[in-house]
Design a protein around this ligand. Structure first.
Ligand SMILES: Nc1nc2c(ncn2[C@@H]2O[C@H](COP(=O)(O)OP(=O)(O)O)[C@@H](O)[C@H]2O)c(=O)[nH]1
Ligand SMILES: [Mg+2]
Length: 413
């Protein structure tokens, strides 16, 4: 598909040379046929140019869990179908999986912290729950992903084959595991030992509970009801890693936006390059609250430093030389909470500024900007992707920028 675009551009150039050599006088039959052909090509080129002027392509990049898919959900809310009830109910299984994952983390920490169940019955139920709904580890998914991927020749990977890969993974039944038993989850959640452990969640060491997992567990009665229809806020809080590539289409003010959401895990980033051609703008996500966290895939590497490195690499990529970037320093809400107790020195040992939100964010912004090529325009937003009203304003601003970038691109045809 991308090769076809390249071919069309080449045709445009050749064609304009051909047209200039035509003379209308003393034209014979074959000359008239050539002129007709030329007109038809002209027409096709005009159509292609118009189509391209009406279409923009946004590539969403960034580390795992940084907010890329949430950004697309916000686009869908404000500029797409707005999540009618028939679509919302499709998220129920994801929400129950998030609850199950949260419960797993709590059960693990009951052992770590030496907390007992209220009754022998709960203890038995916990073992049954763990056996019936084994924990889906990200590492297990990633290794399955690379197994399925091994058969692909890296140089020939196309959008099509990436989608094929997603399909194959879904057949492995890792991404859509069995629906967790709601009665079991409710019984466990109501156990006083489980509640006692949950109350001590700030002490969790093996893995912290995600914001969404806390929210869904605290609303377990509601999400387990038969008539449950997830709210927009519920949908924004779901954590469901994107492993393949998802393409979303939006039509906004006569412009078609093709938005490409890719996997963010470090081991899958080598695939990003396959989507660089024809991109109008890259929207790059980084979680600013990760300044004191290590990568799940590589616990020796700081997550925010990893984001800066990935930003450096893509912003310097030759395929994206003329592509402008929108940078989201996301999860400001979690950052604000964290900065009350810790400093960004764990990520930037030479930082000498104050331990305030403003000073720390300014420093982080500067770190990213120092890693971009000098000529490249980078539009920065400090954001909270789950906040629908804030995102409404940010999206309107981004759409203005994209329209302008597209006009500039059209001028260069
Ligand atoms: N508290 C908070 N959570 C966020 C924010 N942005 C995304 N999340 C949550 O972080 C998790 C991962 O987000 P997602 O968009 O799936 O990340 P992706 O891997 O980059 O696509 C989800 O549970 C989101 O609800 C934010 O700004 N604040
Ligand atoms: Mg995602």
């Amino acid at each position: 598909m991308f090769v076809y675009h390249g071919f069309t551009v080449l045709m445009c150039n050749l064609h304009s040379t051909v047209v200039k050599t035509f003379s209308l006088s003393n034209m014979n039959k074959s000359g008239r046929a050539a002129l007709a052909r030329s007109k038809s090509i002209d027409h096709q080129i005009d159509e292609e140019r118009e189509r391209r002027q009406r279409e923009v392509q946004l590539l969403i990049l960034g580390g795992a869990g940084s907010g890329k898919s949430t950004f697309i959900k916000q686009l869908r809310l404000h500029y797409g179908d707005g999540f009618p009830d028939t679509e919302r109910v499709k998220f129920i299984n994801n929400i129950l999986q998030n609850c199950a994952n949260g419960l797993h983390i709590i059960l693990e920490h009951m052992e770590v912290l030496g907390i007992n169940f209220e009754s022998e019955e709960s203890k038995r139920l916990a073992s049954e729950f763990v056996a019936r709904h084994p924990r889906i580890s990200l590492q297990a998914i990633l290794s399955k992903f690379s197994e399925a991927d091994d058969t692909q020749d890296d140089d020939t990977m196309t959008l099509y084959s990436q989608l094929e890969l997603s399909k194959r993974l879904s057949k492995l039944n890792i991404l859509n595991p069995e629906k967790p038993d709601t009665d079991m989850m409710q019984a466990l959640w109501n156990d006083s030992g489980v509640q006692c452990c949950y109350a001590q969640r700030k002490k969790f060491v093996v893995e912290k509970l995600a914001h969404g997992e806390e929210h869904f567990l605290e609303n377990l009665d509601r999400v387990c009801r038969k008539q449950f229809v997830p709210s927009v806020y519920d949908i924004m809080l779901i954590r469901c890693p994107t492993l393949g590539v998802q393409e979303h289409k939006f039509i906004i003010d006569n412009l078609t936006y093709r938005v490409i959401d890719v996997a963010g895990q470090k081991s899958l980033r080598k695939k990003w390059i396959h989507f660089f051609e024809g991109v109008t703008a890259v929207v790059f996500f980084a979680s600013v609250d990760e300044f004191d966290e290590m990568l799940e895939e590589d616990p020796t590497f700081n997550s925010l430093q990893d984001s800066i490195q990935a930003f450096h690499e893509v912003s310097h990529n030759l395929f994206l030389e003329k592509t402008d970037f929108v940078l989201f320093l996301n999860k400001k809400d979690l950052f604000v909470e964290k900065i009350k107790k810790s400093t960004i020195k764990s990520c930037f040992p030479t930082y000498k500024g104050e331990q305030t939100v403003e000073a720390s964010l300014k420093y982080i912004k500067d770190q990213f900007l120092q890693h971009k090529p000098g000529h490249k325009q980078v539009y920065i937003h400090v954001s909270c992707a789950i906040d629908t009203s804030l995102m409404k304003d940010i999206l309107a601003n981004i759409i203005d920028i994209i329209v302008e970038l597209n006009l500039r691109k059209a001028g260069s045809f």
